[in-house]
Design a protein around this ligand. Structure first.
Ligand code: UD1
Length: 420
């Protein structure tokens, strides 16, 4: 099992280029099912989750070629002849269920494994299924799979009020509505920039969508969608990770591909902490050496709130800032699994329900730790960069699911990190 070995305390400086967004790439690959001609995606991050989504499409019968060197994918969905997302892939990556909306929209039938829980808590798909039902499917559950089938030849447009602005449900319903008959309205929709990226992609294929990026999305079904070439937006969570690494141990770090408007609240919190942030333009942020830091209170919320994916990352920074910081996790029930690992490095964090009470300790000390999920794994690496001595991060397959060349990018900035 490979691990990262980090010799902490090195100063980071220079430039880093942010890759394409994982949470957009996966959806765009799934949405390609809707086209009747070839799709080319560029700025594709070469990460394990993308490989898994490519496998899902191939199992459905699509022809997919991934050009790793140039970060491009060519997808020909015209040969799709299976409508089943198998458990072995859904289990590995729950975003596999995002093929359900496009398959239903185009073929009126899908069988998808129920994802079950994961390392950050219970993750239901009831809102996805309720949305499909409103659009005219009959859903049945058998042997760990949901089979959704359109009762008419095509799905029909509907008004869907989401109980919670789930990203996955918003995306699945938006894709399902593209080839449905009539108008679909999604109220209380998720507003993440990746939803707008998915909408822009679908519109470039000929879809009729308004309002993506707001809490009300209107989709008028069209007869067919054609091929397109599309460049995936930059990954704001990767950007936030490198910005935090720079805040922890940087001299001057330029982050290319950090879109400040997508990181509003995160940057606001960093400024409150006292991080020296220079927004150069809408795509570039420079983090400069810092003075005194202040503890802060943070609550995670759906966008435009503080992103839950950056919660474990910022916890590392707060763990060394003198004073008491509090993090409240409102999106996932079990997203403090990393705390015990961080405490093994000398942090002082106590969990009380969905609150983490962090008493800053000034310095962390290197230790062997485990990456318990993707973002927690990245947080452990950041802790290792800032700690005294050697940190070994085990379970790095979690990190490789979502960060392209994480160790190489950090090495280029001056970190002492090796994969063994
Ligand atoms: C996406 C992101 C993930 C991020 C999360 C929240 C991808 C591939 N993943 O996950 O990185 O952490 O958004 O920003 O884009 N829920 C239900 N019923 C449902 C759907 C969701 O109860 O049918 C609940 C979930 O259990 C969770 C919350 O809603 O507590 C948020 O889930 P959701 O926004 O759907 O997250 P994902 O799309 O799975």
């Amino acid at each position: 099992m490979s691990k990262f070995v980090i010799n902490g305390g090195k100063i980071l400086s220079g430039e880093v280029n942010i890759s394409g967004a994982k949470n957009s790439a996966l959806k765009l690959i799934a949405a390609s099912i809707l086209a009747d001609k070839k799709i080319t995606l560029s700025n594709v991050p070469i990460i394990e989750d993308v490989n898994t989504m490519v496998k899902v499409l191939r199992i459905l019968g699509a022809k997919v070629s991934l050009d790793e060197k140039n970060g491009k994918i060519l997808i020909d969905p015209s040969s799709i002849d299976s409508f089943e997302a198998p458990y072995e892939l859904v289990r590995k990556m729950r975003a596999s269920i995002l093929v359900a909306g496009p398959l239903l929209s185009k073929f009126g039938s899908v069988k998808v494994a129920i994802p079950g829980g994961c390392n950050i808590g219970s993750r239901q798909i009831d809102l996805h299924l309720k949305g499909f039902e409103f659009m005219g499917t009959k859903n049945s559950l058998e042997h760990g799979y949901v089979h959704a089938k359109a009762t008419a030849k095509k799905l029909k447009g509907a008004v869907i009020d989401l109980d919670f602005p789930s990203r996955g449900a918003t995306e699945n319903i938006m894709m399902a509505a593209c080839l449905a008959k009539g108008k679909t309205v999604i109220n209380n929709a998720a507003r993440e920039p990746e939803i707008a990226d998915l909408s822009n992609f679908l519109v470039s294929m000929g879809a009729d969508i308004q309002g993506a990026g707001t809490d009300c999305i209107i989709i008028n079904g069209v007869k067919k969608l054609s091929g397109t070439n599309y460049k995936i937006m930059p990954d704001s969570i990767e950007a936030g990770t490198f910005i935090t690494a720079a805040a922890l141990c940087g001299k001057e770090v330029k982050v290319n591909g950090a879109v400040s408007k997508n990181l509003d609240l995160f940057l606001l919190k960093l400024k409150e902490i006292g991080i020296n942030i220079d927004i150069i333009d809408n795509n570039t942020i420079i983090i400069k050496e810092n003075g005194a830091f202040n503890p802060v209170h943070i609550s995670t919320l759906p966008y435009p709130g503080f992103p839950t994916d950056l919660q474990p990352i910022i916890a590392v920074l707060l763990s060394i800032i003198s004073g008491v910081s509090i993090i409240t996790e409102n999106v996932f029930e079990n997203r403090f699994m990393y705390v015990d690992e961080l405490n093994r490095m000398g942090a002082n964090i106590k969990i009380d329900g969905h609150h983490a009470i962090i008493t800053g300790v000034g310095k962390l000390s290197g230790a062997p730790v485990s990456a318990c999920d993707l973002r927690a794994g990245a947080a452990m690496v950041l802790a290792g960069l800032a700690a005294e001595g050697i940190t070994e991060v085990l379970g790095i397959h979690h990190i490789q699911r979502g960060y392209e060349n994480f160790d190489k990018k950090l090495s280029l900035l001056g970190a002492d990190i090796k994969k063994e």
